[in-house]
Design a protein around this ligand. Structure first.
Ligand code: GLN
Ligand code: ZN
Length: 773
C-alpha cells in the first residue's frame, strides 16, 4: 500500500449553488449594486468553494479557478492583451467591456435611452475545446507586447492562504492561451508571440513561488489536439524557460479532454514536475505513460469523469489502478476541471430516486475520489460500504427497466441503410416539390421562433406555478400563434412558421416529451459568462410515446392557405446539448433519438405538413478534437439526421437549419445530409462563407441569412439586397431562399417587424429586377 495518495479537483464550478454569481453580475451590470457588492459575492463564493473541498477531504485545493466571467479573459487581462479599443486600464469596466461590449448607454428618469459615444463591441467567443463552455477569444497584433498587468492568481492564492488554505493555483497555459487567440493580420500566427509571453508568466510564477506556492497547475489542453510542430516547439520553449527562470516551483501540466497520443513524448519531455492525464477519455494511455514516464514525474490520474454526471463504478476503477499504485508519485483527480458539471446532487429533491442514485455532481465526485484514495492507501476494506453502494448502483442502473426499453433496442438494431435514404435523388424531388408549391422566386421564410416576449415567459411561469390552468395557457399560446400567422400573411412571407411560443428551449421541449430524458432543478453549468444552462439528462432508451408538435402545426396551418413549416430539433443537436448516458456509444443513443424524431416527421406528414424543418444547430460543435476522429462522428451524425428525415414522400420538403458560419471543412457532410433546403448564418460573414457552397459543391437549395439576429439593429432593404447580390454571385438563383440568420426568439417585436418587412421588400426588389424562374 502506498503511504499517501492525494486527491485534487483541478478546478470547481464557480457560479454558486444558487447561481449567486449570475445574480450578482446582473445586478452590477444593471447598476443596482456597486463593485464592492460584486466583489464581496465573489469572495464569499471562493471561500465557500475552498471550505467545501476541505470538508470533503480534497488534499490539493485549487485557487484562481474562480472567474467573474471567463478564465481566458482573465488571462488576457493578466498579461495585458487588451486591444486598443478597450483602453489600457485592466479594471472591471475594461474587463466587462471586453466580455460584453459597452454601449455606454443609460436610461434616464423619463425612460429614454441615452447613448454616450459609439460603444465598443464584445470580443469574439469560441468553444473551450470540445466543451459547451465558451471563452473570450484573445486578440493579438504582430507587434503585441505583454506585461503583467493583473495579479489575480497571486491575489487569490493569498486570499486562500489568509483563510488557512494552502492552494495549488491554476493558470491557463501560455501555449493554450496563444492558440485560442486570433489576429486581424492575415497569416500571423499568435504562437510566434511565445517568446514575449514567457517572461510575463515567469514573472508571475516567481511571485507565486515567493508567496509560498509549491505547486502550480498549468492547463494545456492543446496536448489533446493533433500534434503540430509549432505548438510543440512553443511548449518546449516555454517550459524550458520556466524550469530555468523559476527554480524551486513545481509545475503540473494538465493535458485534458483527450489522450496525449502523438503528443505523449512531447508531454513527457517537458521539464516539469507533474503531468495530469485524462484517463476517462483515454484510459488506454495509463500503461504506456507509467512505462515511459521518468520515475520522479508526478502523475495526476484523471479517473473520475469531469465532463459528465454519472456515478462511477469505483470497484472497476480500482481494478485498473491497484496494479500501478506501487509506482508512487501519484495523485487522483477528475479527468478535467469540475467546471463542466453541476455543483451538488443533494439539491435535486424532485429527481426520481433511482436516477438520483446513479448520478454524481461536483461534490459527489470529490467523495468518489476520496473513497478511491482510501481504498488504494488503506485497502478496499476501509471503504467497503462506499464501494458496495457504488457497485450496486451501477448494477441497478445496468438492469433498470427505466433505462432499458427492449422495443427501442430491437427497433434500433433493425435499422437498415434504406431507412436513411430518400426515395428519389434531390433533382427529382425538387421538380415535384416546385410543381406542388408554386412558390415565387427567392421564397421568403423565417427560422422558426418569434420573440419570446416577457408576456410569453410570464404566461409560461404562471402555468408552471399553477397560476394559469392548462386551458388558459393553451388559449394564450393560441392567440400568440394566430397573431403571428396573421402578421406573416400580412407582410407577405411565403412560407410561414407557427412561432414556437409553446417552447421553453429547442432541446428541452422535446426532451420533456420523450422517454429516457430527465430534468433537474438546480443542475446549472456555465455556458458563457452569466449564461448558464441546465442540460437534459439523457439516461435511458429514447422513445416518443406520442406526437409532440403536430397539434401546434395543425392549428397554425388551419389559419392560413400559405404553407406552414413543421418545426423540429434534430437528433444530433438533442444529443450534443444533453448530459448523455455513458453506457452506450453516442452513435447508438443518437440513432434512438433519430427514430423518435422520424416518428414525429411521419406524424406531421400524415397531418398534412408538406415542409418540415429539422434543426441541427449543434451538429458542427460535436466535432471531435482530433481530425482523425471526424469521419466517424460525421458518418453517424449525418446518418442519424437522414434516418430522422428520410421516411417522407418525395413531395415533402425537408429543411434544416444551422446557425454558425464555418462550413468549409464539413461541407461534404452537410451535403450528405440530403436536405432539400438548408438555412444558414451568413450575414456577418458578408456571404463569404457561401464560397464553400459554390462551384456545384452543394446541390440543394440554400437560405443564406440576410439579417443578423444577434444585433437589435434593423437592416435596411438595400443592405439585404446587397447581401443577396453577393449570394447570387455564388449560387444559382433557383437555389436561393431568403431568411434571417437564425430564430428570432431573443429579439423584440419592435425590431423584428420592420426587419422582416424590409426582408420581404428585398425579395420583391430581386423579383422585379431580375424576373426569373
Ligand atoms: N427553430 C429554432 C428557432 O428558430 C432554431 C434555433 C437555433 O438554430 N438555435 O428558434
Ligand atoms: Zn440558428
Amino acid at each position: 500500500m502506498s503511504s499517501h495518495l492525494p486527491v485534487a479537483t483541478l478546478g470547481t464550478p464557480r457560479i454558486g449553488a444558487k447561481r449567486e454569481l449570475k445574480f450578482a453580475l446582473e445586478s452590477y451590470w444593471s447598476g443596482k449594486t456597486g463593485q464592492p457588492e460584486l466583489l464581496q459575492t465573489a469572495a464569499t463564493l471562493r471561500a465557500a468553494n475552498w471550505a467545501r473541498q476541505k470538508a470533503r477531504g480534497v488534499d490539493i485545493i485549487p485557487s484562481n479557478d474562480f472567474s467573474l466571467y471567463d478564465h481566458v479573459l482573465d488571462t488576457s487581462l493578466m498579461v495585458g492583451a487588451i486591444p486598443a479599443t478597450y483602453g489600457e486600464t485592466p479594471d472591471l469596466d475594461t474587463y466587462f467591456a471586453m466580455a460584453r461590449g459597452s454601449q455606454t448607454a443609460h436610461i434616464c428618469t423619463h425612460g429614454h435611452v441615452h447613448h454616450h459615444g459609439p460603444g465598443v463591441p464584445a470580443q469574439e467567443m469560441t468553444k473551450w475545446f470540445d466543451t459547451n463552455y465558451h471563452c473570450m477569444v484573445p486578440e493579438f497584433t504582430p507587434d503585441q507586447a505583454f506585461r503583467l498587468t493583473a495579479f489575480k492568481p497571486l491575489e487569490e492564492f493569498l486570499e486562500a492562504k489568509r483563510l488557512g488554505y494552502h492552494t495549488r493555483p491554476v493558470l491557463v497555459g501560455p501555449v493554450t492561451f496563444l492558440r485560442l487567440g486570433k489576429s486581424q493580420t492575415a497569416g500571423f500566427n499568435p504562437l510566434s508571440l511565445i517568446d514575449r509571453l514567457i517572461p510575463v508568466y515567469a514573472d508571475l510564477l516567481c511571485r507565486l513561488r515567493d508567496a509560498d506556492a509549491d505547486w502550480v497547475q498549468i492547463d494545456e489542453p492543446v496536448l489533446a489536439l493533433d500534434h503540430d510542430d509549432t505548438t510543440a516547439q512553443a511548449l518546449h520553449t516555454a517550459y524550458a524557460a520556466f524550469a530555468e527562470q523559476v527554480p524551486g516551483l513545481n509545475l503540473l501540466v494538465a493535458g485534458y479532454f483527450g489522450g496525449l497520443e502523438d503528443n505523449l513524448d512531447l508531454a513527457l519531455s517537458l521539464p516539469v514536475a507533474g503531468l495530469h492525464l485524462d484517463l476517462v477519455r483515454a484510459p488506454q494511455q495509463l500503461d504506456t505513460v507509467i512505462a515511459k514516464a521518468p520515475a520522479d514525474l508526478t502523475l495526476s490520474l484523471g479517473i473520475i469523469d469531469g465532463r459528465n454526471i454519472w456515478r462511477a463504478d469505483l470497484a472497476a476503477i480500482l481494478d485498473g489502478l491497484e496494479p500501478v499504485i506501487a509506482r508512487g508519485k501519484l495523485q487522483l483527480a477528475p479527468s478535467c476541471s469540475l467546471l463542466h458539471v453541476p455543483i451538488d446532487l443533494d439539491l435535486e429533491d424532485k429527481l426520481d430516486l433511482d436516477l438520483k442514485s446513479w448520478l454524481a455532481f461536483s461534490l459527489q465526485k470529490m467523495d468518489e475520489l476520496k473513497t478511491l484514495s482510501l481504498a488504494l492507501t488503506e485497502g478496499r476494506g476501509a471503504v467497503r460500504a462506499e464501494l458496495a453502494a457504488a457497485t450496486s448502483a451501477a448494477e441497478a442502473r445496468r438492469w433498470s427497466r427505466k433505462v432499458n426499453d427492449p422495443a427501442v433496442q430491437i427497433r434500433a438494431n433493425a435499422v437498415i441503410p434504406a431507412h436513411s435514404r430518400r426515395k428519389s435523388p434531390f433533382p427529382d424531388r425538387a421538380r415535384l416539390q416546385h410543381n406542388d408549391f408554386k412558390l415565387p422566386a427567392f421564397p421568403t421564410t423565417t427560422i422558426g421562433s418569434f420573440p419570446q416576449t416577457a408576456e410569453v415567459r410570464h404566461a409560461r411561469s404562471a402555468f408552471t406555478k399553477g397560476d394559469l390552468t392548462a386551458a388558459q395557457y393553451d388559449a394564450f399560446l393560441k392567440t400568440e400563434t394566430e397573431r403571428a400567422i396573421r402578421w406573416q400573411e400580412e407582410i407577405g412571407l411565403d412560407v410561414l412558421v407557427h412561432g414556437e411560443f409553446e417552447r421553453n428551449d429547442m432541446v428541452q421541449y422535446f426532451g420533456e416529451q420523450l422517454s429516457g430524458f430527465a430534468f433537474t432543478r438546480h443542475a446549472w453549468v456555465q455556458s458563457y459568462g452569466s449564461r448558464y444552462v441546465r442540460p437534459p439528462v439523457l439516461f435511458g432508451d429514447v422513445a416518443r410515446p406520442q406526437s409532440m408538435t403536430v397539434e401546434w402545426w395543425r392549428y397554425a396551418q388551419s389559419l392560413t392557405d400559405k404553407p406552414v413549416k413543421g418545426m423540429l430539433t434534430g437528433p444530433v443537436t438533442i444529443l450534443n446539448w444533453s448530459f448523455v448516458r455513458d453506457d452506450l456509444p453516442r452513435a447508438t443513443v443518437c440513432r434512438q433519438i433519430a427514430l423518435a424524431i422520424r416518428d414525429e416527421v411521419a406524424d406531421l406528414e400524415f397531418a398534412g405538413a408538406r415542409m418540415i424543418q429539422i434543426d441541427e444547430a449543434a451538429l458542427r460543435e460535436g466535432l471531435p478534437l482530433r481530425r482523425g476522429d471526424w469521419d466517424t462522428y460525421l458518418t453517424w451524425a449525418v446518418e442519424a439526421f437522414r434516418l430522422s428525415a428520410s421516411g417522407v414522400a418525395d413531395t415533402t420538403q425537408i429543411h434544416t437549419h444551422m446557425c454558425y458560419s464555418e462550413f468549409n471543412d464539413i461541407l461534404e457532410a452537410i451535403a450528405a445530409m440530403d436536405a432539400d433546403v438548408i438555412s444558414i448564418e451568413t450575414s456577418r460573414s458578408k456571404m463569404e462563407l457561401l464560397d464553400a457552397f459554390t462551384a456545384g459543391n452543394y446541390p440543394a437549395e440554400i437560405g443564406p441569412g440576410v439579417y443578423d439576429i444577434h444585433s437589435p439593429r434593423v437592416p435596411e432593404v438595400s443592405e439585404m439586397v446587397h447581401l443577396l447580390s453577393l449570394a447570387r454571385q455564388r449560387l444559382d438563383d433557383g437555389q436561393i431562399w431568403i431568411n434571417p440568420d437564425c430564430g428570432l426568439k431573443t429579439r423584440g417585436w419592435a425590431e423584428v417587424r420592420p426587419a422582416l418587412v424590409n426582408m420581404v421588400a428585398a425579395a420583391n426588389q430581386l423579383r422585379g429586377r431580375f424576373d426569373c424562374v
